[in-house]
Design a protein around this ligand. Sequence first.
Ligand SMILES: Nc1ncnc2c1ncn2[C@@H]1O[C@H](COP(=O)(O)OP(=O)(O)O)[C@@H](O)[C@H]1O
Ligand SMILES: N[C@@H](CC(=O)OP(=O)(O)O)C(=O)O
Length: 456
Amino acid sequence: MKVAKFGGTSVASAEQIKKVASIVAEDKERKIIVVSAPGKRNSNDTKVTDLLIKLGETYLNNQDTEKVLQDVLHRYEDIADGLGLGKEIIATIEADLRERLQFDQNRPGACMDLIKASGEDNNAKLIASYFQSIGLNATYLNPQEAGLFVSDEPGNAQVLPEAYDHLKALRDRNEIIVFPGFFGYSKEGTLVTFSRGGSDITGSILAAGIKADLYENFTDVDSVFAANPNIIENPVKIKRMTYREMRELSYAGFSVFHDEALFPAFRNGIPVCVKNTNNPSSSGTMIIAEREYFLNPVIGIAADEGFATIYVRKYLMNREVGFGRKLLQILEDEGLSYEHMPSGIDDTSIILRQDQLTQGIEERVVAKIQEELCVDDVYVERDFAMVMIVGEGMHNTIGISSRATAALTRANVNIEMINQGSSEVSLILGIHASDADRTVIELYHEFFSGADDTVQ
Ligand SMILES: Nc1ncnc2c1ncn2[C@@H]1O[C@H](COP(=O)(O)OP(=O)(O)O)[C@@H](O)[C@H]1O
Ligand SMILES: N[C@@H](CC(=O)OP(=O)(O)O)C(=O)O
């Protein structure tokens, strides 16, 4: 049995949904179909999820919601017309949206999630009707009915272990199930969404729940490439990669697959295949537990922006018992998570996602570090990027970091931070965000020039 997830680009228009239907129809093993909200039809388009976030904000600010509501409805009307579905489905979607716009405004997180998730929910209903109209034995299934229980953290839901016990019953269903991605329900019955891009997570949870033989993730590219195709023209394709490699690369900007989506598949040993809805005969990229040979020690290079550093200096920091704990406690008290913490003997830098550092929080954190830890210096710097060089073959390969630093020297890029975990599967370089693309290009040429069309 396979779970197939179709991303926003695969369900953005009637034409795309027809391709989805033929992919589903051609393989009887494709039993659970997870769908996203309609995504971009071209580079100037707006994702329905982004329209819905605007709708949610408009509603929560007590402004007139009608214009944005109509923009959302037009997207579904275009799709329904192109699929030859009647007007009834649009009336149902409109009624559903208007009902969501009655939700309690005193619960803004839950209200936003309810509105945001309608993109997937209504698209799943529409796609299930289309499948039925062309003779497929398909049915829409609501995540609450299926038992997809999650934690009550708006916009950042985490699956609850008991969800898997409920979801395994889906194995016994005889029809094709069309399941909306991106959200589950708390035990109290509140709808909660995963983080952005979270339909990948739904697919992985369902694949783990039914112990699928394969989790297929359909998108708009033939494979995962060794670098972001928006930065490198025709990058080499990755044929096989490990969960760990994909996790590191998606963490650092390979937006093709959500980093949180790997865990359920990995824990249950379910292979993941990234495939192209527009070219389904292409074999795609297999993500598996292990791969045996390494033609190239590096498999991919990624860069992600939006990081800040809290720099802390105190003479004899290395001798002060409990300094690190107290420093991290200050972050914890403000609800901040951190990504890396490279240290010297008298100084340390805490690297974190800068969108967490709103002005009030930044001021409080700096003041607390100053007062409670009596440091010599503390300040925040913004707009860093983290570049990751990743590959299982890097383990015990001599010279990777010298090749990387030489490439950055050629690109005239200053390295602010360098970090390698003991697993030696990745090397992280902290640089200024404005240098990110140049860095990826130079590193790509260093590690992939002369490589075949496909690696590994
Ligand atoms: N290394 C990479 N390999 C493949 N695609 C990548 C990579 N890095 C970034 N991408 C981008 O990810 C996009 C697919 O992800 P996304 O837009 O979220 O698709 P979907 O709508 O199917 O969920 C590709 O079109 C590509 O621009
Ligand atoms: N529609 C949601 C969830 C998602 O996974 O979308 P996509 O498949 O387009 O990445 C979002 O935009 O965040």
